[in-house]
Design a protein around this ligand. Structure first.
Ligand code: SF4
Ligand code: SF4
Length: 374
């Protein structure tokens, strides 16, 4: 069983976060067990869009600063590497770094931010196939990767943590191809698992100081959870996060499919005890009442997924949703998006990338009924 370290931390004060991340790594045997002098180490944050750290949709810069400082203390050289949602070019990437607090963090702690947009194909053998996946080259050029995810709900996958975060290893709008080729949620979860196994982070950290509940991953509400997690195993890390937030793993696409593939999601906790950190009222909008059988759930929901709906008063007509829809099923009418629901694959990229949080995932009535309003 993989060890998962949990250490409590209630705010983003740099030195407090540094001490907490260090304590997590120490519980796993110390960062110098993994990072040796002269190594190049990629830090992969979750910067899904240009959004202030106060929105809590992105990994907080204090977490990246702490990881970077600890890498430098081990004699390594950190490099922050990310491909946010939407287009992938240097101006946009720099704007995202700036909005997410990474540029200021980089200057303060001398932790560089990647702007090399090159990609490289890699052949991988997974539990289900051998295939080629093209990922960000700077990630693979490094000696090891530290995956620094954010604890959030997700309109499509229910939860986004360590495994989903490595979808950012796919460059820019190439992500849309994965959505189109795997519009079924179970298939998409398997794509995410394959991508994770292509880049294989050596360490996985989760920013769970303030997570996001409700309309995640971008338009939800911040929720104090008060923990930082770390593990060598991203699946086990996500598994602990599900247990902290009381998310049913049988309803969570990534962990359910990982288990079906024979990947262990078990864990051995170190640090705080689970019952000290459980959040009883975390708003998980797509989770159904306990007691309903899995088969009944899947039968009902397979034909009744949530759908994107625009809140017209919030929409400013920027067309980002239209320009990033993998199914090309949005047209603008009177400067507001109109969705072709027959063509829509319910990927919620439009919701994720809307800068005004103007798109919500509207649950079908049957889903509302079965979820007891959560
Ligand atoms: S991305 Fe948001 S604000 Fe922009 S057009 Fe779409 S719904 Fe409106
Ligand atoms: S309309 Fe939104 S949810 Fe539907 S396919 Fe396009 S981006 Fe995905």
């Amino acid at each position: 069983m993989s060890k998962v370290a949990i250490v409590k931390c209630n705010d983003y004060q740099d030195d407090k976060v540094y001490k907490t991340v260090k304590e997590c790594f120490d519980l796993l045997g110390g960062l110098n067990k993994f990072v040796k002098k002269g190594m190049k180490v990629a830090i992969k944050p979750n910067l899904l869009m240009a959004k202030s750290p106060d929105g809590h949709a992105t990994t907080h810069p204090s977490i990246i600063a702490a990881i970077g400082r600890l890498i430098i203390e081990c004699g390594g050289t950190p490099l922050v590497v990310e491909s946010p949602g939407g287009p992938y070019f240097v101006t946009y990437l720099k704007a995202t770094y700036k909005a997410c607090g990474m540029t200021a963090m980089s200057k303060k702690y001398n932790i560089p931010l990647n702007t090399d947009l090159s990609t490289i194909p890699k052949i991988i053998k997974t539990e289900r196939n051998t295939r080629k996946i093209t990922v960000l080259k700077p990630l693979l050029d490094c000696d090891l990767i530290i995956n620094a995810s954010k604890m959030k709900t997700h309109a499509m996958m229910i939860f986004t943590g360590a495994i989903k975060n490595m979808f950012g290893a796919i460059a820019g709008t190439e992500k849309a191809t994965y959505h189109i080729n795997a519009s079924d949620y179970d298939k998409f979860a398997n794509e995410l698992i394959d991508i994770f196994q292509t880049v294989v982070p050596t360490l996985n950290v989760m920013d769970g100081i303030i997570g996001m509940e409700g309309e995640g991953p971008a338009a939800g509400n911040p929720k104090q959870v008060g923990v930082i997690l770390a593990s060598t195993n991203g699946f086990s890390l996500d598994s602990v996060a599900h247990d902290i937030l009381l998310i049913d793993k049988e309803q969570s696409y990534i962990l359910k499919n990982a288990k079906l593939r024979g990947i262990s999601i078990d864990y051995d906790l170190i640090g705080s005890k689970l019952d000290e950190v459980i959040i009883n009222d975390f708003n998980i909008p797509y989770q159904l009442k306990k007691g309903l059988t899995k088969n009944l759930f899947w039968k009902i929901t397979s034909n009744s997924k949530s759908k994107p709906v625009v809140i017209k008063d919030k929409c400013v007509g920027c067309e980002i949703c239209k320009n990033n829809c993998p199914a090309e099923c949005i047209v603008m009418v009177d400067k507001k998006p109109v969705f072709d629901y027959d063509a829509c694959i319910r990927c919620f990229c439009c919701q994720e990338l809307c800068p005004k949080s103007a798109i919500i995932a509207k649950k079908p009535f049957i889903h509302k009924l079965l979820s007891g309003g959560r």
